[in-house]
Design a protein around this ligand. Structure first.
Ligand code: F6R
Length: 602
């Protein structure tokens, strides 16, 4: 949460900073700000609201070839102008942007106030420019003052700072992401690659405690003690096109429609001659594993539920734990435990906390993530990448389907290695139909009746989603997506659970979306009928000709395929329903209120 950017080049930094902030807005959009260094002091411009509002403020464009910027998801203090970053010291000579949480800020602030520093915001961040200023008087250089300020901080942070009179950006990270972009003699620093992808795809993923100094003709990376460190540059193979909306009104719709391509990329080369071929995990990789745990949050948790289900079917003991609960509820973890962190961003604080606990307990850890070089990828033993391309819409869509497919393949691989595992009979047909999945999704996208159905049931009191087996995580995901972007009340249930309580909520004003995947559908149909008898309209998400279609009030059709893939096709229909329902309500679909894409606080 929160996005930071810094730029040093030979032109005005404001353009790249604003573009970068627009591309980072998925990390937070409570306020935005920039600061530039232009020979006549550090100039700060900031306001509450989105980057578009900051752009209005910048009509008389400030100039400066060295600058920093920030887009905020509020933690300490409401989204006001005063709490917007960059923050400065009392005289306004030092400006800082920060992503993360400074845990010891209250004590630092008290100490600094006692020394005469004047604070103007509620944020934890504001202590940083005051600390730098405090150390400037007794340090040999601004860089030395920056280092001393950093060593006073406890918590997580990616920080970029300007100091009056210095044509330089000083930056570091501890537990929050920071990536360096290299373009000839122009440098970028950002929380994530899309911030500068239009300019360069040559990146260096910085490590905790790296200190980076950007100057017009030089970049230096050192450790906290000032020793030079070598960091290899990587080339990111994302197309800058992927970070634009293209012909779509929203990133979310673009990303829903991108699924045939993103899934082809996830699958490519990973199924060969009807067998799973994951080069990251050769045969025997999992021979010592005796039980598997998945840790994840939100949508990724729903994908992990699919992974758990598939492993259990193969006879492998498996369990999904909500990452935020892992430390207290993980149960026994040993060297024979494999812990799979499912995280699109690879930066979710709760998931990273669980990974660290699993590593400390001696488990083998894997990250299933979309972001190469992310913290989850670096802190686990191995990574399986989704290859879904950048996802900008705050509501996860294409990454959920890629996670589910990646996990379907990974779980087959694990089951094949573990003596207790038995390869399920349906594996062959699962793998044989995998390559058909992108075409089946294309069919759903071309023929979906979701817009009409979303309009038909608009204005209902609540929206319920039910499913069984792999249809259950899809029901949970359908409800999460619906509430997230429509702000309407929605709940997902295991179909059989309706009659154990939730049925009391069912009325003619609570449509029920029932997912039919081909596993125990007759029971799900009975559950749907029990609700219909109480007046609830039923929308069957099922193949043409399925008995549920006759019994339902409306139908969202999915191609007939293997149950695992049927659940994903049903999910695409539900993504579209949520999208259209939110669109009819005129919601800010890509930036739902109070949310951010990358949740880097616990
Ligand atoms: C919902 C959504 C969130 C994320 C969750 C975990 O649409 O996107 O629920 O799934 O915050 O994020 P990652 O996968 O980045 O760990």
């Amino acid at each position: 949460m929160c996005g930071i950017i810094a730029h040093v080049g030979d032109g005005n930094a404001i353009g790249p900073l604003i573009e970068g902030l627009e591309n980072l807005e998925y990390r937070g959009y409570d306020s935005a700000g920039v600061a530039v260094q232009n020979g006549s002091g550090v100039k700060v411009h900031k306001c509450s609201g989105q980057v578009s509002e900051l752009k209005e403020e910048l009509r008389a464009t400030p100039k400066g070839n060295v600058g920093i910027g920030h887009t905020r998801w509020s933690t300490h203090g409401p989204p006001t102008d005063e709490n917007a970053h960059p923050h400065t010291d009392t005289a306004g000579d030092v400006a800082v942007v920060h992503n993360g949480i400074i845990e010891n800020y209250e004590r630092l602030r008290r100490d600094l106030e006692a020394k005469g520093h004047e604070f103007t915001s509620d944020t934890d961040t504001e202590v940083i420019p005051h600390l730098i200023d405090h150390h400037l008087g007794s340090s040999t250089s601004p860089e030395a003052a920056f280092r001393r300020a950093v060593s006073d901080l406890d918590g997580t942070y990616a920080i970029a700072a300007l100091v009056d009179g210095e044509e330089a950006v000083y930056a570091t990270r501890q537990g929050s992401p920071l990536v360096l972009g290299l373009e000839d003699e122009k440098w970028y620093l950002a929380s994530d690659v899309p911030a500068f992808l239009e300019h360069t795809n040559e990146v260096v993923y910085l490590e905790d405690e790296d200190v980076v100094v950007l100057e017009p003709h030089e970049v230096t990376i050192t450790d906290l003690d000032g020793r030079q460190v070598e960091r290899a540059a990587d080339t990111v193979d994302w197309d800058p096109e992927e970070t634009s909306k293209g012909k779509y009104d929203h990133y979310m719709l673009k990303e829903i429609h991108n699924q045939p391509t993103s899934l082809s990329n996830t699958i490519e080369g990973r199924v060969q001659d009807g067998e799973v071929a994951l080069e990251e995990f050769p045969d025997g990789t999992f021979a010592d594993v005796r039980n598997v745990q998945f840790v994840a949050c939100g949508t990724s948790y729903h994908a992990a539920l699919c992974g758990e289900q598939l492993l259990k079917e193969a006879g492998v003991p498996a369990q999904v734990v909500r990452a935020s609960e892992y430390v207290s509820t993980s149960g026994p973890v040993s060297e024979e435990t494999l812990v799979i962190a499912v995280t699109q961003s690879g930066e979710t604080a709760d998931t990273l906390g669980a990974v660290r606990a699993a590593n400390a307990a001696g488990a083998t850890t894997i990250a299933v993530t979309n972001v190469v070089g992310s913290t989850a990828a670096r802190e686990t033993d191995r990574a399986l990448y989704l290859r879904a391309g950048p996802e900008i819409g705050v509501a996860a869509t294409k990454t959920f389907s890629s996670q589910s497919v990646a996990l379907a393949l990974l779980t087959q691989r694990i089951a094949a290695d573990i003596p207790v595992g038995t390869v399920p009979e349906s594996t062959e047909s699962l793998l044989n139909t995998a390559e058909r999945l992108p075409d089946d999704i294309e069919t759903v996208l071309e023929t979906s009746d979701s817009d009409r159905i979303a309009a038909k049931y608009g204005g209902s009191d609540s929206y319920f989603f039910i499913g069984r087996d792999l249809g259950y995580p899809v029901a949970l995901e359908g409800a999460l997506k619906f509430k997230e972007i429509t702000y309407e009340h929605a709940e997902g249930f295991a179909a059989g659970e309706l009659k154990h309580g939730p049925l009391a909520l069912v009325t003619p004003r609570t449509p029920i979306f029932a997912v039919f995947t081909g596993e125990d559908d007759e029971k799900t149909l009975t559950n749907a009928k029990e609700a219909r008898t109480r007046g609830a309209p039923i929308v069957a998400v099922a193949p043409e000709g399925h008995p549920a279609v006759q019994a339902a009030d409306a139908h969202l059709e999915i191609p007939d395929t293997h149950p695992t893939w049927a659940s994903l096709l049903a999910n695409v229909q539900l993504q579209l329903v949520s999208y259209h329902a939110a669109s009819h309500l005129d919601r800010p679909i890509d930036k739902p209120r109070n949310l951010a894409k990358s949740v880097t606080v616990e």
